[in-house]
Design a protein around this ligand. Structure first.
Ligand SMILES: Cc1cc2nc3c(=O)[nH]c(=O)nc-3n(C[C@H](O)[C@H](O)[C@H](O)COP(=O)(O)O)c2cc1C
Length: 205
């Protein structure tokens, strides 16, 4: 039996596409400091030349990362491992004025080669991206960007870029639920047999 979605709940149909593979996006703030946030809506959109598209919320409030990317035209894409899921959810908190998410999450800065935002040392791979185009797609802005530089952890990928399990356990994000003042993010466990819930906020408020 197929269950039809009612017109008034059709907006939820996008979640039928879950799970997703979230990344950590690094950008530069207006004051020159660095910033990290967690985003799932990212996809390759061209092979030669290599390009990705990243969708960031623009309404009712623009993501800080989107403001940073609009202003600077560049960002880093960092591929996490399951060992990083708590920090990833922490990187999705909105920060207080002056708070730095690199300091808060204790990720290590990996200097980038061609862009200003640093990448993340703990990531399994990182890509340096330059914006090609931006399209307002509704309540998100689709950022289409060239990958101008990439590097990966040789212990995590084979030479033909096959993930080396168990050294690299990919993050599979199933869903998130909004609670009254908080959120719970649900991931697939490393052995794919159960779900792992990461509440937000978990610590430090
Ligand atoms: C696993 C996960 C995936 C997320 N994916 C997205 C996404 O694709 N697009 C988006 O706009 N926000 C997404 N978010 C929410 C942002 O991380 C959150 O709104 C964050 O505060 C944005 O940070 P910024 O305003 O500092 O850029 C995701 C959060 C988590 C934990």
């Amino acid at each position: 039996m197929k269950k039809e979605m009612k017109k008034e709940e059709l907006f939820n149909s996008v979640f039928l596409l879950q799970p997703s593979r979230p990344i950590l996006c690094t950008t530069i703030n207006e004051d020159g400091t660095d910033h990290i946030s967690t985003f799932s809506w990212i996809n390759p959109v061209s092979y030669k030349p290599p390009r990705v598209a990243l969708a960031l919320l623009n309404k009712p409030k623009k993501q800080k990362s989107l403001e940073n990317i609009e202003r600077t035209g560049e960002f880093g894409v960092n591929i996490p491992d399951m060992s990083m899921i708590e920090k990833m959810v922490e990187c999705s908190y909105s920060t207080k004025f002056g708070e730095n998410k690199f300091e808060r999450s204790c990720f290590t800065r990996l200097p980038s080669v061609y862009i200003k935002p640093p990448c993340i040392e703990e990531g399994m791979a990182s890509m340096e991206c330059k914006v090609l185009d931006m399209i307002d797609t509704g309540d998100h802005t689709l950022i289409i960007a060239d990958i101008i530089y990439a590097r990966y952890n040789e212990e995590a990928y084979s030479p033909n870029l096959l993930i080396k399990i168990p050294k690299f356990r990919p993050v599979i994000h199933l869903q998130n639920f909004n609670l009254e003042k908080s959120q719970v993010h649900v991931f697939l466990s490393s052995d794919s047999t159960e779900t792992v819930e990461v509440p937000y906020p978990t610590k430090k408020e």
